[in-house]
Design a protein around this ligand. Structure first.
Ligand SMILES: Nc1ncnc2c1ncn2[C@@H]1O[C@H](COP(=O)(O)OP(=O)(O)OP(=O)(O)O)[C@@H](O)[C@H]1O
Ligand SMILES: [Mg+2]
Length: 255
């Protein structure tokens, strides 16, 4: 039985630069897995391959047993893959509610009808979409800013809005890229609680890219470590943090 996500020997390069050098990893239903590694290790590139923004030159990726390399983004989203972006992928001049409702369009360039045709489980009316978006804003403690323009809100709030938008598609697999970046300590603690709750209550699997090791160890069942596009360690978060190869990778990049 295939796991929810299976990445097998994925290779991606940009000209002469190798971003992903054949890593393999799997995430089971409801599992929370950290994806860590120094800057430039290939973490976001792997997210981009899984969500269909980048097409790897070789290797396979399956979601719920279906091969997804080469599929359009909205098809991959309709298989249950949601994501947030490292540099915030929100429409700055739109309201919070409009941004979250846009999650129903699954980042599709085809627009509402194309998405609806491709993905029966997201075929909802605008009223239903609005109700679902408002419920999520409530759940993520964002109801009071529903009508505000995104560009006027603090960074920590934007991160939560992105999460709400990704959740609107009821993903089975949520890819979250550096959610703690730019947050103050108290916000990181709250974020950790939110992520644990999402995994527990919705049964969503999470693949979490994060440099904040406190957050990673507190929410992840397991971590995988990338360095120069390769998987160099995998296992219990605390044990992996002590692994000499992992320490060397971080020190090597810092030097
Ligand atoms: N679109 C692109 N064009 C050219 N090079 C790219 C592109 N996207 C990523 N890269 C390169 O691929 C490598 C991996 O980048 P990536 O963004 O995946 O790293 P990362 O692990 O997410 O790093 P960070 O922790 O800094 O976000 C880097 O050398 C980066 O410059
Ligand atoms: Mg990145």
């Amino acid at each position: 039985m295939a796991k929810l996500l299976e990445v097998h020997e994925v290779r991606l390069s940009f000209g002469g630069l190798t971003a992903l050098d054949g890593p393999s990893l799997a995430v089971g239903d409801g599992e929370v897995v950290g994806l860590i590694g120094p800057n430039g290790a290939g973490k976001t590139s792997l997210f981009n391959c899984i969500s269909g923004l980048y097409r790897p030159q070789s290797g396979t990726i399956t979601v719920a047993g279906e091969r997804i390399v080469g599929l359009p983004r909205h098809r991959i989203a309709s298989l249950g893959v949601g994501r947030t972006f490292q540099n915030i992928g929100l429409l700055q001049s739109q309201t919070v509610l409009a941004n979250v409702m846009a999650g129903a369009y699954h980042a599709s360039r085809g627009g509402w009808w194309a998405t609806a045709a491709a993905a029966p489980h997201v075929r909802r009316s605008e009223d239903e979409t609005r109700a679902a978006a408002l419920a999520l804003l409530e759940e993520l403690d964002l109801a009071s800013v529903a009508g505000r323009i995104v560009g006027t809100l603090p960074f920590g709030t934007l991160k939560r809005i992105e999460l709400a938008r990704a959740l609107l598609g009821s993903p089975r697999l949520l890819l979250i890229d550096e959610p703690a970046n730019g947050l103050v300590h108290g916000e990181v603690i709250e974020l950790g609680e939110t992520l644990r709750r999402l995994a527990a209550e919705r049964g969503a699997a999470i693949l979490l890219v994060e440099h904040h090791m406190g957050l990673v160890t507190s929410v992840c069942d397991r971590v995988a470590v990338l360095d120069f596009g390769r998987l160099i360690a995998e296992g219990d978060p605390r044990e992996v943090a002590q692994d000499p190869a992992v320490i060397a990778a971080y020190l090597g990049r810092a030097a």
